[in-house]
Each structure stands twice: as C-alpha cells, then as structure tokens.
Design a protein around this ligand. Sequence first.
Ligand SMILES: NC(=O)C1=CN([C@@H]2O[C@H](COP(=O)(O)OP(=O)(O)OC[C@H]3O[C@@H](n4cnc5c(N)ncnc54)[C@H](O)[C@@H]3O)[C@@H](O)[C@H]2O)[C@@H](O)CC1
Ligand SMILES: [K+]
Length: 510
Amino acid sequence: MRFAHRVETVRAAEAALMATLPDGTLMARAAAGLAASCAQLLGGLYGRRIALLVGSGANGGDALLAGARLVRRGATVKALLLDPDRAHPGALAALRLAGGWIVPATAAQLADADLVVDGITGIGGRGGLRPHAAELVRAVRAPVVAVDVPSGVDADTGEVAGEAVRAAATVTFGTYKNGLLIDPGHAYAGAVRLIDIGLGPYLPGADLAAPQHADVARLLPLPTAASDKYGRGVVGVAAGSERYPGAAVLAVGGALCGGAGAVRYVGPAREAVIARWPEALVHAGAPGDAGRVQAWVVGPGLGEGAEAAETVAQVLASDVPVLVDADGLRYLTPHQIAARTAPTLITPHAGEAARLLGVDRAQVEARRLSALRKLAAAYGVTALLKGNTTLVSGTPARVNPTGTPWLATAGSGDVLSGLTGALLAAGLPPTEAAMTGAYLHGLAGRRAAQGGGPTGRVGWTGEARDTERDEAAAARRPSGEAYVPGAPITAMDLVTALGPVWREVSASGL
Ligand SMILES: NC(=O)C1=CN([C@@H]2O[C@H](COP(=O)(O)OP(=O)(O)OC[C@H]3O[C@@H](n4cnc5c(N)ncnc54)[C@H](O)[C@@H]3O)[C@@H](O)[C@H]2O)[C@@H](O)CC1
Ligand SMILES: [K+]
C-alpha cells in the first residue's frame, strides 16, 4: 500500500520528530532527497540550468536548500523569489554561499531552464496560484519537479481551485498527501516519489491508501482442492431490460470472468445472456425466488419504472451482500438500507453521486473524497466513487491507482459491477471487494488498450502498474514520455482481459 495522511497529521508528526532533532534537520533531509531526484531526472548535473520558483514558506526553503546542493554538484541554479522579503532566510543564505543566483522573478528568466523546481507552496498552500505565480508557471517550457505538492493543488483533497502547476514529477516528504493520489490533483502531480525523512514512527493510521499488486494479490480468492462452485461464490445479477440487454451480458461476463463459481441471472435479457454466456443460470421469475446466491448485483441497464423499483426492493430485502449500481441507484433510500442485515455497496459515478447527495456534479468532481465520505455516511453503505482515480470508502479510504481514461466507455461500469459482485460472493468485505474490483478493472483497461497509463515501456515488461517501482522508473523520464497512449477499447475487451490480469496479479503475490 502507499499511504497518505492529512496535512494536520503530517504537521503533528513533524513537530514530534523535530523535537528530537537539531534545528533544520528535516529541511536538510527533504532537500537532500529533492536534489537527488532532480539529478536523476536530468541524468547528470554538470552544465545544466535549473530554475527555482520560490514562495514564502518552508516549501520554498526546501527548493533553495536543494538548489545549494545542486550548485555544488555542477549545475547552474537561479532562484526566482515570489515574495523576496519572506523567502526562507537560512536556505537563501545557503544558496548564495554555494554560488547560486538570485534573479528577478520574470518569465524571461525561465526561458533557458532545463528543469524548473516548484517551491511556491506545499502543504501550507491555500487556493490556486496567485496571479504573478500563475504568469510565471504559464511561461515554463521545461519539465517541472514539484516540491511536496504541485503548487495550487490542495494537499488534503486534491482540489484545484484555479491554476496549478503541472509537474512531470513530484517529490513528496514523509508520507503521500491525499491530493497527490486523488483527481484532479493526481493529474497535476506526474510521477510521485516519496522521500523518507523519518516521520514513520510518528504517523498514525493513514487517511487514504493506494493498493499495489501485492496488496490485491493477497485478497484474490483462489479456489482450493475442496472448493465447489458454491464455495467459490454464486452471484445473483438483476440487470438489463428490453431496452438495455447488453448491460446484463456485460455484468454477467464481469462476474464469470471475475472468478464467480456460478452466476444466476434474473431479468428480461435472458436470451441475450444465454447466447453469450451458456454457463449462466437464468431465472424467469423475480429476484426473491431465484434461489440461493452469496451476493447480488442490481441495477446495470435496469431502466426506470415500477418493475425496476420492485427488483431493487426485493434484492435489498435479501440477507446477503448487495452491490447497487446505475439505474438501481435511483431506487435507493437510507431507510431501506437501515433495515438490511448484510453489507450494501454502491458504485456511482460522479453524476449519480451528485444526484444521491443533492448537489452539482462539479462539486463532487472537485472534492471527491469528501463526496465519498458523505455518501457512505448518509446512506449507511460502503461507497465506490468511479473516476480516473476511483475511491472506496473505508478506514483508510482507498484510491485506485490503475485507472485509465480508456475505461470511460459504454458498459465499462457494468463489467465492474459483475466483477465486484463476484468478489463479494467469494466473501471479501465490501471495501476490499470494491478496491480489488477497481484495481483489476483498471488493469484490464490498460491491458486491453495496450497503454493508457502513466508508465510502461520503461525498462520493464508488461503494462503500466503505478507501483513504486514503475514510478521510480517514470521519474527518470523528465518529459513524461513514459506515458503510453493506448487505443480505444470496448467493455467486452475488458471482460476478456480480466483472466490475464487476474493471473498476473495473483502471480505477483507468490
Ligand atoms: N514542517 C516540517 O517539518 C517540514 C516541512 N517541509 C516543507 O515545508 C512545507 C510546508 O511549509 P509551510 O508551512 O511554510 O507552508 P508552505 O511553504 O506550503 O506555504 C506557506 C506560505 O505560502 C503562503 N501561501 C499560501 N497559499 C498561497 C498561495 N495560493 N499563493 C502564494 N502563497 C501562498 C502563505 O502565506 C505562507 O507564507 C512542506 O510542504 C514541505 O515542503 C520540509 O522541509 C520537511 C520538513
Ligand atoms: K510545491
């Protein structure tokens, strides 16, 4: 897992650690890691030109102190002070002593830079870039390394209120910050490298966690010699309608290729389901009399009306875990859920989440973690909020690192529902099932698209994984060319890719 903490937690941990150390030790550790990362990015320092954008806080101090190290290793370093009277005095003196230049903070000073270091604001930043900083940032042509957080990104929420720095890489200290892992902030951070400054023993449980292959591998329910299809999990799928039979086919496919022992399908798309998945058990009646299942998926392509509402009500009346998605979310009430004895997982996209919360979609997209937590609390459920960085409620909340924009294709969510339903039926708790489902689904998207991730092709085989190892490799590519564009995919491609992805992830845990 990669763990992220809130700013107030980081500050408390820093204070506790600092009390045990001589003054300036933490900034020196941060600056050493930052300077080493810049050197690695440039592939050498002698004769290279580095420009520092320096704000008024300790974030600017980190940049100045790293600048001093870079000068000593042969680089030409100039500092553009955005607030000359308030620049960190000790770090400024260190840069001057090493032979760095203090130059006017104008766009012209950035023209010849090979690398720009963004030390405008870190965890103390509030709101987007101010006009002078924004003007300078717009003039940057070289790759940018952000110090701790790209300036203009809210470290706790990932919100970008106005303009922000778009970094090729972010070097962050002590622990990840939420805003580096959650969109929209995530998209501004580039490859993220964590520098250990000794905070570990002072950090409590994380606020947010991003799984890696090994975390997911541990959760994958592998059959044993004693397993039969019921032991592996039977998923009930109540989905599809005369108008949308394809949603049923995709949800059933996601469940079957996602490891279910068997799938019971209930709904009007029986012919379409059987034609594509002869192994599905189809039922002509209502969910209430469909026979035993270990989890239900309800909603994809269900359509609107009294029949859809009744289907949702019957599924929610069951005593097994239920995943509610898409049209099913129209008929969900906190009252119904309060009466349930088994877990409920909801999987809205931002538009559906906005409707459930009675707010605008833009509000959900700007502050995704807060929307997620409100959904979970208001409805008494586990919530999965879809997006390029899908979030799952829990303690800590989870953020999926394997997303790709290619997943934004019709039917993609139906596959995720079926897949996650299979994991619920196998007995995974809802947070783990949702996180595992999102992780495999994202990887399936990248595999099917043969790209679409921020990394890949960089000294290792296979597609992008967004693991620490991949990010370290990506961070060596200043221009971010490690991004593999990929190609359009269909939801059925995702279903087909689930098997190979499952194999790859489970093998990584051996
Ligand atoms: N506290 C510590 O022990 C350590 C802190 N470190 C660094 O210190 C940073 C936090 O330093 P600070 O608390 O000084 O805060 P920052 O340096 O993040 O920013 C605070 C300053 O920026 C100004 N500011 C806020 N929003 C602004 C905006 N939108 N535009 C322009 N200026 C704005 C504030 O008035 C304040 O002067 C971390 O992000 C990290 O880079 C590291 O040196 C490691 C150790
Ligand atoms: K910064």
